[in-house]
Every structure is written in structure tokens, then in C-alpha cells.
Ligand binder design. Structure first.
Ligand SMILES: [Mn+2]
Length: 410
């Protein structure tokens, strides 16, 4: 009883862990706020849209520095607040507090990682609190997050994308969303789907998945079909330009804004400007070398991608192996070092699932790291592949040209 929400917010901004009891109460308050929101939230412009942040707390602080603080600025967060980064707990705690304090100024959409199928969040909660209670409170809270938002009746915001079983916003509005993410069906599709332009369909997937995709869609004409196709993620669908245009026309909308896929340049605009991907975790997993962006939408619905890199090293700390805090080696873009690989490997937060292989190519003049040199003019080229259930290997010898990389998943 008697939560001082402003005090909590101030503690969160300082990355102080809130007590288990406080988290419990905050999650109850958050659920009460979200229970009053429909599945698809109406949002007014101007507003800033944020893509995946994945526990990269210091980069979230950087976003507020760059784009303005809530409630001075309206925010729509597209989901994937937790997993991968070192500070999922602190990140979701801050956003939860802001939601409770300024419910009309911030919209929290559910991502596929806001689930009990966790990739780092559970162990982080366990490590920081000594038990799984806080994880339970947060994941119960996740069940209340909204599925989408519509900005000024014109821009549909969702974490993943479209579903073959959803043609209208009304069909989204009647979903019973207050539950764990299902493996399939419309609710799963909204958080899992990806747009599938011909250019990215075969490169932005894992090699194994690419084979499957190629088998199902082996010609350019197939790629250009523009309808729904099986997703190599094993959940959701790939949606093309034709079904996108149909969905927008049916619902009298002009654009879809979504996240869910790492973009090396921080964002990508697809299908002749019908779809945007916003990615807000710079140098994803502290090693991907990508830029990030937030999408600033003005009163006239003009869109501006505000691109940014990792926050300055002196503004960031990272946990050491014992869970304490150390100053990170560095994570910047312009030729600085990286986390020591052993340090990264020691982190269970970014262990990638076996068999899932993502290839990442840095931008020109990107990160330098001992042992890996940028290819001629191509910047850092590297491959991140998981070798086992407890380790991640990095090999610096893969390359492909597409700027969108499938999010390390699942
Ligand atoms: Mn995602």
C-alpha cells in the first residue's frame, strides 16, 4: 500500500532495483490500468514510436534524452522490452512505472518476448531477486499489454504484423488478450509476423529456414505474390504488399508501423511506404553493430526516423559475471572496442538457441574488434551462431547484403 510512484520512477531512472514487494504492487497497478484499455489503443499525434529495446536499459535512457521524456512526449512502445540485454528488469520496471504515472502518455504494446517463454528474463529475475516471484509478477502483467495502437486513425502500430485471420481492426478488438501468448492464431500472428518483400525474404532468415522458405517460394514471382506465406520463425506469417494494402484499405488506414526485426540502419521502410520497421536497440546484444531509431510522428502525421547509436560508454555500466556492476569495456560504433567476448559468452542473457543462426553485417566503417576486421568497404562482417546450449560462437566470415536481419530468435 501507498506506493510513491514518483519515487519509484526516480529510482528506476537511476537503475535501482525496486523491492519485490514494490514490484508486486506496481504490477497490480499496471494491470488495473491496462485492463481499462482496449486491445487496440487510439493514440493522438505528435507521438514517438519505439521499437524493440530488449533490456538495453542505458539505450532506453538515451532514447528519452534524444526524443524527450514522458510525459513531455507521447510514446508508443512496440514491445520486446525484455530478454537479450543485461537490464530487462530495470527496463520493464521503468516503463511500467511510467505507464502507471502517465497512462495517457505512454502506450505499451505486447511483443513476442512478453511471454513466459523466456530468453534471459527469467534467469535475470532469479539472479537479481533470488527467486522467481518478480518474474511471475511481470509475466502476469504482460498478459494485460495491448496488442496494437492506431495513431490518428491512420497509422496502425503492432509488434510483428498482420495475420491471415485478421481483416479488420474490429477483429483484433474482440480477441481475449488477457492470457499467455498462444502459439498460433491471430494473437500470435500479431506479435510474430514479418513483412516479406522479395529483397529480404531469402536473406533475412536463418540458413535452415531459408531452405524451407526457398522450397516453398522458389521464384521471384512467388516472392512478389504479396500474400501470406509460412514464416521461417515457426510462428506468425510473412505478409506481402498486397495483403498489406488490402488491410490498410479495409480499415481506412495509411501505414503500418511495426518492430520485431533488427535493422542495421535502425529502420526500414517497405512496400512503397506502406510499412515501417522501427528497431530501437542499438548494437543489439552489445555486439551486432547496428544503429537504432525511434519514429517521431508529427501532428500532420509526418514521419521522421531519429537514428541513434549506442549511448556513450561513460554512461553505461554492465554486470560482471558475479552480477555486480563494472564499467563496460565499450560498445560504441566508431571504432571503439566491444565487450570482451568471454564476458559476452559468460552471459546467459544472450545465449542463442541452438540451431538458430543469424548473420549480421555491420555498416561501413562500423565496429572494429580484435580478431575481426571489416571486409573491404563493407565494415564489420561477422556471424553469430550458437554452438551449444550454453555458448555462442562468433565467426567473422559471413556476408550478405540486406540491411534487415531477422531478430535473433526465438
Ligand atoms: Mn520480436
Amino acid at each position: 500500500m501507498g506506493i510513491d510512484i514518483d519515487l519509484c520512477i526516480s529510482q528506476c531512472y537511476q537503475r535501482q532495483l525496486l523491492s519485490e514487494a514494490v514490484v508486486k504492487e506496481l504490477c497490480e497497478l499496471g494491470k488495473a490500468v491496462l485492463a481499462g484499455e482496449g486491445n487496440v489503443r487510439q493514440v493522438a499525434a505528435p507521438v514517438t514510436v519505439v521499437g524493440d529495446v530488449h533490456g538495453q536499459f542505458y539505450d532506453v535512457l538515451e532514447i528519452f534524452k534524444i526524443a524527450g521524456y514522458c510525459p513531455d512526449v507521447n510514446y508508443v512502445f512496440l514491445g520486446d522490452y525484455v530478454d537479450r540485454g543485461f537490464f530487462s528488469v530495470e527496463t520493464i520496471a521503468l516503463l511500467l512505472c511510467l505507464k502507471i504515472r502517465h497512462p495517457h502518455r505512454i502506450t505499451l504494446i505486447r511483443g513476442n518476448h512478453e511471454s513466459r517463454a523466456t530468453y534471459g528474463f527469467y534467469t535475470e529475475c532469479l539472479r537479481k531477486y533470488g527467486n522467481s516471484n518478480v518474474w511471475m509478477y511481470f509475466t502476469d502483467f504482460f498478459d494485460y499489454l495491448v496488442l496494437g495502437a492506431v495513431i490518428e486513425d491512420a497509422i496502425f502500430c503492432v509488434h510483428g504484423g498482420l495475420s491471415p485471420s485478421i481483416h479488420t481492426l474490429d477483429q483484433i478488438k474482440v480477441i481475449d488478450r488477457f492470457k499467455e501468448l498462444p502459439h498460433e492464431g491471430p494473437m500470435a500472428d500479431l506479435v510474430w509476423s514479418d513483412p516479406a518483400p522479395a529483397a529480404t525474404a531469402t536473406t533475412a532468415t536463418t540458413p535452415a529456414a531459408s531452405l524451407r522458405f526457398t522450397a516453398a517460394s522458389s521464384s521471384a514471382s512467388d516472392d512478389m505474390r504479396g500474400d501470406f506465406q509460412i514464416s521461417p520463425r515457426g510462428a506468425g506469417y510473412l505478409f506481402g504488399k498486397i495483403v498489406t494494402a488490402q488491410f490498410l484499405a479495409t480499415n481506412d488506414l495509411g501505414h503500418i508501423c511495426r518492430a520485431h526485426q533488427l535493422c542495421m540502419e535502425g529502420y526500414q521502410v517497405l512496400f512503397d511506404d506502406l510499412v515501417s520497421t522501427v528497431w530501437s536497440a542499438p548494437n543489439y546484444c552489445y555486439r551486432a553493430g547496428n544503429l537504432a531509431s525511434v519514429l517521431q510522428i508529427g501532428v500532420g502525421l509526418e514521419r521522421f526516423f531519429n537514428v541513434f547509436g549506442p549511448c556513450p560508454d561513460d554512461a553505461r555500466v554492465a554486470p560482471n559475471r558475479d552480477g555486480g556492476a563494472i564499467v563496460a569495456a565499450s560498445t560504441n560504433i566508431g571504432g571503439g572496442g566491444m565487450f570482451d567476448d568471454d564476458e559476452v559468452l559468460a552471459s546467459e542473457d544472450i545465449v542463442l538457441e541452438q540451431k538458430k543462426v543469424s548473420r549480421i553485417r555491420g555498416r561501413g566503417g562500423g565496429i572494429s574488434r580484435s580478431g575481426v576486421t571489416g571486409g573491404g568497404g563493407g565494415g564489420l562482417v561477422r556471424e553469430i551462431s550458437s554452438m551449444s546450449s550454453n555458448g555462442v560462437a562468433i565467426n567473422g566470415n559471413s556476408t550478405f547484403s540486406n540491411p534487415v536481419v531477422s531478430e535473433f530468435f526465438l
